[in-house]
Design a protein around this ligand. Sequence first.
Ligand SMILES: Nc1ncnc2c1ncn2[C@@H]1O[C@H](COP(=O)(O)OP(=O)(O)OP(=O)(O)O)[C@@H](O)[C@H]1O
Ligand SMILES: [Mg+2]
Length: 232
Amino acid sequence: MFIYISGLKKSYMSGEVKTEVLKGIEMQLEKGEVGVILGPSGSGKSTLMNILGGIDRCDSGKVLVDGVEINKLNENQLTDFRREDIGFIFQFYNLVPNLTVGENIEVVSNISKSPFNIDEVLKAVEMQDKKHRFPRELSGGEQQRVSIARAIVKNPKLLLCDEPTGALDFQTSRSILKLLQKVNKEFGTTILMITHNAAIAAMANRVFKVRSGEIVETVVNQVTVPAERIEW
Ligand SMILES: Nc1ncnc2c1ncn2[C@@H]1O[C@H](COP(=O)(O)OP(=O)(O)OP(=O)(O)O)[C@@H](O)[C@H]1O
Ligand SMILES: [Mg+2]
């Protein structure tokens, strides 16, 4: 999925005070690429990602996803866009506690137009043996693998990851990054990932550096590093 963002602005009001969180974002990501967004806390990374995923709306500017200007969609169209085309992965896995691993994935698969096979996706994240377990019976890394499975089962065109390894140790983080790289290669899914960890940028085709609501630098990596070789 091709992403084109230009002049994107977003403010929040708190009482009488207006805070400009995004001040004219310019960025592009080609279909099938991995992009990484780096930047300090409070710089607007999650706000940008939520607008791109149709969770939030911008005030002005253009946000085109595969040529569709999502800011011009009405609420129903935006819900469809989010449901059909976007997979989300968050720092805290947001699995439904009283559903098993398989059921957590099935809920999403059932409302998708062209979902992948649940067992194949579970196999891809190496969780096929734990299909009947509940989230509380899994480690953090395992829960994150299930949340990746849940995000990719719908066969999304774009996978948005907001600090997917933020709650995990080094080894587990690396296995999650390997998995995301595999999803990108095998399913051709375009991935955009927020991280605080500059080392992770080595696996991206494009790196967007955000400072107080602006992209201050975009780095295009000619060569990307396999996740298993990333060290920090
Ligand atoms: N719903 C909201 N209402 C008011 N202000 C908000 C809202 N959401 C975000 N903000 C403000 O916008 C700014 C950017 O927030 P955002 O969550 O995008 O930052 P971030 O770069 O993702 O930070 P972090 O790395 O800590 O997750 C912050 O100052 C935050 O307080
Ligand atoms: Mg954030």
